[in-house]
Design a protein around this ligand. Sequence first.
Ligand code: SF4
Length: 250
Amino acid sequence: MAKITRKPVPRKAAVPKKKAKAAVAKPKAPAKKSLKAMKPWTPAEIREVFSRFRKANPEPKGELEHVNPFTLLVAVVLSAQATDAGVNKATRALFEVADTPQKMLDLGEERLRDYIKTIGLYRTKAKNVIALSAKVLSDFGGEVPRTRAEIESLPGAGRKTANVVLNMAFGEHTMAVDTHVFRVGNRTGLAPGKTPLDVELGLEKVIPAEFMLHAHHWLILHGRYTCLARKPRCEVCLINDLCRWPEKTV
Ligand code: SF4
């Protein structure tokens, strides 16, 4: 009888495990339990928080470089999912040649792309900046409009863009909620909310009017330099005695 020899079965190549998704700095909404445990803020405490921010930094400034409302609008549109420093690096040269809607149109989409190609999503953003420049010219006489609805009607501009422009260019008491403001609003318990809009409306409700012009910048700067996402610097935090976060480290 012929001897049966088994062919060696090739081993299955090890299938690499799915790559862990890159950490996306998605704002995390607070757990229900921790919200309940937070002691509500009193108006006097809230006033105290913002008085301390004001004393430490009376005239806070945004970090996005711009030379007029139009370049501010463009810078904010470019800043979606990008850092202010990265946007500034690109816009310094761009705004030298295109600081009005007409000059931006004259520059054209292709050359604009060259200026901003270091910024994430630059192709879509270039398209939007050209389209918004055309709309500012055709619908608003070349001036950045001054109402939320009109700003939000521009390509690439959403609620946050409108809030930043209304606040920084036109001095309105708006509260733009980015990832830093969202985190600070939730952690401190000043305005807990599941969405940026919840936090925006919550902050507008509790912050006294006298602080509203600068509140957006104080909270952004607090989140960017002190109340950091991974390792908040509670030991040097100006408001650590008032903050409601159960995990604060002081
Ligand atoms: S005490 Fe800590 S958690 Fe609270 S606001 Fe300050 S840095 Fe953030």
